[in-house]
Design a binder for this molecule. Structure first.
Ligand SMILES: [Ca+2]
Ligand SMILES: [Ca+2]
Ligand SMILES: [Ca+2]
Length: 255
């Protein structure tokens, strides 16, 4: 009996070890499987992480590129607007320039026409004054009297004609006086103050053409009025203002 039991136990013992072995194997396999799953999960998470990280960088790059594109588009539109405005301003300036050029040409033509009209008018005036005994020289008309008067009477006659006794402003004008062969009162006097010679327009004498030793009115006679007494360059003499002489009027015209 005991053997049988032992046998039974033995038999019972054999399945028990096998079961233990089987259980151990299953446990080991489970552990291995668990570890494997854990490794797979870790790998998967790592891959997901890498993918997510790469995706974020790509999205960031795309965002920056998109922004740059938008900025460039905006700048291009602004430049296009500026270009259009500048083109418009250039066209307006060109139009203004063309108008000004046209006005300048018209103005220039008008100036030329006026210059011709001025020459014609001067010729007509010269003809008219020549008929009345006036002579034209360098912007002025001159008239020599045919009668004699005192210096003041002579001046009054000139003023009545719209002129005055001649004022000699230049050497050329003095040279011009030499063509008149007789003594003539001119518009020069020191009646206000002895020795302070003034022209009839109030200007002081600067350039003079006195005869040598003239003026001598301060010596023994009160000679306060000037005449051209000969045809030489230095031809001036002072004389008594009441002396009656021929005279020469000058009328300055802006021609
Ligand atoms: Ca003059
Ligand atoms: Ca004097
Ligand atoms: Ca004198």
């Amino acid at each position: 009996m005991g053997t049988v039991e032992q046998t039974h136990d033995k038999y019972r013992l054999v399945p028990s070890v096998a079961e233990d072995v089987k259980k151990s194997s299953c446990r080991a396999a489970a552990v291995c499987l668990g570890v494997l799953c854990l490794l797979l999960l870790t790998g998967l998470l790592t891959l997901v992480g890498l993918f997510t990280k790469g995706n974020s960088e790509w999205e960031m790059k795309m965002f920056l590129l998109h922004n740059s594109f938008n900025n460039l588009t905006q700048e291009r539109d602004q430049l296009q607007t500026s270009y259009n405005n500048l083109t418009q301003e250039r066209d307006q300036l060109q139009t203004s320039y063309n108008n000004l050029t046209q006005e300048r040409d018209q103005f220039q033509k008008r100036v030329e026409d006026m210059a011709k009209e001025r020459i014609d008018l001067r010729k007509k005036l010269q003809d008219q004054y020549n008929k009345r005994g006036w002579v034209y020289f360098s912007g002025s008309f001159y008239h020599v009297s045919s009668t004699k008067k005192s210096w003041q009477g002579s001046r009054d006659d000139c003023v009545q004609k719209g002129a005055d006794l001649v004022i000699i402003n230049s050497r050329e004008e003095q040279e011009f006086m030499r063509r008149f062969p007789k003594p003539l009162w001119i518009g020069l006097t020191d009646g206000e103050r002895e020795g302070r010679w003034k022209w009839v327009d109030g200007t002081l004498l600067t350039q003079s053409y006195w005869i040598l030793s003239e003026p001598n009115g301060h010596m023994w006679r009160d000679e306060d009025c000037a005449e051209i007494s000969n045809h030489l360059l230095n031809s001036w003499n002072d004389d008594l203002c009441n002396s009656e002489k021929f005279w020469i009027c000058e009328m300055t015209l802006l021609l």
